[in-house]
Ligand binder design. Structure first.
Ligand SMILES: Nc1nc2c(ncn2[C@@H]2O[C@H](COP(=O)(O)OP(=O)(O)OP(=O)(O)O)[C@@H](O)[C@H]2O)c(=O)[nH]1
Length: 573
């Protein structure tokens, strides 16, 4: 893919990720029904709230002005707004028409129907909550239907300035919609909660901090969605909390902080882009301060301050993601996959909200579903990164444990494995022997045929030595042209036989390297483990036996004298 596309994609994703986390009000747009074509909407434009009798008697009619797009836009937080809805056609009562208002969050609405002496009050939380419906809409039944020209009056107090929309739907459609709404919301919130739980579980199990921030991002998002969507209304005491602006600021800011921390860890900014990491740390400190202050008090500029810091964070994240995608960092691709559905759903929502295209039914659940998908994709991304880290670590460990040239154990790993094997043998009383082998006059091979031929000779000797061992035995390069084989369960006589076979295998078959036949001979020293002896002592005795082989003229096998005395090899020179 073209690099420019990657950069732009990554940048857009980061921006949207943060905006999505932040912009709670936009989420509330998810449940907008089609505009009410059967109602003419007008808003009260007077400076003062009109008296009830003035509204209901029609004396205040001149104070209402028609709203073209039919939307109910609160002018200011907590300000009382009056709206008049006039039926443009007869609405028959036979299919139980219901006036629905959405989004319902943070709105308390009173409806005066023709002939009512008391208003019908609805809200998601509190004493006006209507538990016979889901929280998809505020629902007002119109059992008598409406006659063309009938006026309904709405008195709305909104804790935010999110526009609302009214519509008239048949009762059956409202109930069916309720069932689907509850099912989908429950599913999505459960999935979000489960992914958050899984992320916390993985954090506890794997100690990878990225998981805890992913979990926190999802958990705060889930909580904010459930409070905002009204799923928490079963807990009556949550009512005031849910309507409190502080809750909104705290939850959304916490989600932003957690997602910034996640970003930083996921993109490995501390190692790869330390300046960006420091700037994001600064943003997190400021937002953390905002949360701490908001717990006690909000002031007029709380929101603006949060947004300002958020903008700075967005700029940093944009830059960081751009740089990551530019470097083809794997995590960039995961972000792309994770956030794409969110972008699509957000663009589709905004477009529908702006009336560029219809408010399709699926849009109602697009945002929460894509959020759940993103969480899952990021969880997968983190897990995949962890797998990669483990793979790298295993490879590094393998590189450290095995000799790169010969493929047998490197010295340190050999000594460790020998110590462990000796410990086991001492405990079980099982036999164990060690062969120390060295190529005779190896320097000459290097001098006469070159270093590359010398390397190849080492490789072949190691291979042939290994081929003489059993699967559980150990073979390692001790240094230069010296190698060690550890024969588990072998007594000295058996070890001597193996050593002799090794020597002959090389003696009888000169090495074929780069088209030349290079004769080669081995000297070996053999020792069997004594009770109470350490691996180090055993090696020392085998080394001494090897030294004896060299001193005696090379190309031979010598057993540790202290045990058996020198054993001249059958074919010794
Ligand atoms: N090609 C190659 N040579 C190596 C490597 N490691 C060590 N050597 C060479 O191996 C030779 C080892 O020499 P020594 O063990 O001291 O002596 P030798 O020539 O084998 O003679 P004896 O052991 O006394 O029979 C040195 O010339 C080292 O430079 C290696 O990885 N590759």
């Amino acid at each position: 893919m073209d690099r420019g596309v990657w950069r732009i994609g990554g940048a857009g994703l980061a921006l949207l990720c943060l905006i999505l986390v932040w912009c709670g009000p936009l989420r509330a747009q998810t449940a907008l029904p089609p505009p009410a074509t059967e109602l003419a909407v007008a808003r009260w434009t007077g400076a003062e709230e009109p008296a009830l009798w003035q509204v209901l008697s029609g004396a205040a009619a001149s104070g209402f002005a028609e709203v073209e797009d039919g939307r109910l836009v609160p002018t200011a937080r907590r300000e009382v707004g009056w709206w008049r809805l006039v039926a443009l056609r007869d609405i028959a009562p036979h299919n139980a028409p219901q006036l629905v208002l959405t989004p319902p969050h943070r709105k308390r609405v009173e409806l005066w129907r023709p002939g009512d002496s008391e208003p019908l009050a609805r809200a998601i939380y509190g004493r006006d909550a209507d538990y016979s419906h889901s929280t998809r809409f505020l629902v007002f039944p119109l059992p008598q239907g409406l006659r063309r020209g009938d006026a309904l009056y709405l008195r709305m107090i909104a804790a935010d300035v999110v526009p609302a929309q009214v519509s008239i739907l048949p009762g059956q459609e409202v109930y069916r919609g309720d069932i689907v709404y509850v099912a989908v919301r429950t599913f999505v919130l459960t999935v979000l909660g489960l992914i958050a739980l899984l992320a916390f579980g993985l954090w506890i199990g794997l100690r990878e901090r990225g998981y805890v921030f992913l979990g926190l991002t999802l958990a705060t998002q889930m909580l904010a969605m459930a409070i905002e969507g009204g799923e928490m209304r079963a807990w009556l005491e949550l009512g005031p909390l849910a309507l409190d602006r502080r809750m909104d600021i705290i939850l959304n800011t916490a989600a932003v902080v957690a997602s910034l921390r996640f970003f930083s860890l996921f993109l490995r900014l501390r190692d790869l882009q330390p300046t960006a990491a420091r700037l994001l740390d600064g943003c997190c400190v400021l937002l953390g301060g905002l949360i701490a202050v908001t717990i006690f008090k909000t002031w007029r500029y709380s929101g603006s301050f949060g947004n300002l810091v958020l903008l700075a964070a967005i700029a940093v994240v944009l830059y960081a993601i751009g740089a990551a995608v530019w470097r083809r960092q794997r995590e960039g691709v995961f972000l792309l996959v994770a956030w794409s559905p969110l972008i699509v759903s957000l663009v589709a929502l905004v477009g529908a909200y702006q009336r560029w295209w219809p408010m399709y039914r699926w849009l109602e659940f697009a945002y929460p579903s894509s959020l759940a998908f993103s969480g899952l994709a990021l969880l997968f991304g983190l897990t995949s990164r962890l797998r990669q880290l483990r793979h790298d670590r295993d490879r590094a460990q393998h590189r450290a444990s095995y000799d790169a040239l010969t493929g047998v154990l490197a010295r340190t790993a050999l000594e460790e494995a020998l110590a462990a094997a000796v410990g086991r043998a001492q405990r079980s009383g099982e036999a164990l022997s060690v062969l120390f082998l060295d190529i005779d006059h190896f320097k000459r091979i290097n001098d006469e045929h070159g270093h590359r031929a010398g390397d190849e000779a080492l490789r072949i000797v190691a291979l042939r030595a290994r081929n003489r061992l059993r699967p559980g035995d150990l073979c390692g390069r001790y240094g230069g042209d010296e190698m060690v084989a550890v024969l588990i369960g072998a007594r000295l006589d058996e070890a001597l036989r193996v050593a002799e076979h090794m020597r002959l295998a090389l003696n009888d078959h000169p090495l074929s390297i780069e088209g030349r036949l290079i004769p080669i001979a081995l000297s070996l020293g053999v020792a069997e483990l004594r009770p109470g002896e350490s691996g180090e002592q055993l090696l020392r005795r085998a080394d001494a036996a090897l030294y004896a082989s060299k001193s005696a003229g090379r190309d031979r096998v010598t057993a540790d004298r202290a045990a058996l005395g020198a054993v001249p090899a059958a074919g010794a020179a």
